[in-house]
Design a protein around this ligand. Structure first.
Ligand SMILES: [Zn+2]
Length: 139
């Protein structure tokens, strides 16, 4: 089995300890934090003084909805087609950044303010290598 790889390497990578973490950039001029590493200019001030940072693996449920019908089409990832599936906006601890993510918590346990922890979860296997996406689970 080949090493697992991220489904979106500019958004999800491994920390120095090997754990999955969300990735971002911080502006050296205005302090804005960006989710992902695709932007080359700060979305707030236009500066190119962006430094790569890790966004950690903890957050708080800020808003949510529950999918009760699977998305249409043939999905490689069974995890994406499972219903009911909560989706949430998660505010990352200490980062002033909110990200949309699958929330792997029982529907009965969902509440605004629920502490969450990032989980790397296998979406499918490609060329013998697990392809990993992210979701959040109860901390
Ligand atoms: Zn800036």
């Amino acid at each position: 089995m080949t090493d697992a790889r991220s489904v979106a390497p500019t958004f999800l990578g491994r920390s120095s300890s090997g754990r999955w973490q969300l990735l971002g950039r911080r502006c050296g001029d205005c302090g804005e934090t960006l989710f992902g590493r695709d932007d080359v200019l700060c979305l707030r001030c236009g500066s190119d003084a962006l430094a790569d940072i890790g966004l950690g693996d903890r957050g708080t449920l800020w808003a949510f909805t529950v999918l009760r019908n699977p998305p249409p089409g043939d999905r490689r990832a069974a995890a994406i087609s499972r219903v009911p599936q909560p989706l949430g906006l998660v505010e990352l601890d200490g980062m002033a950044v909110r990200v949309m993510a699958r929330i792997d918590v029982d529907v009965d346990r969902l509440e605004i303010g629920l502490p969450l922890r990032l989980a790397g979860s296998e979406l499918y296997v490609d060329g013998g290598a697990p392809v990993v996406g992210y979701s959040f689970e109860e901390a």
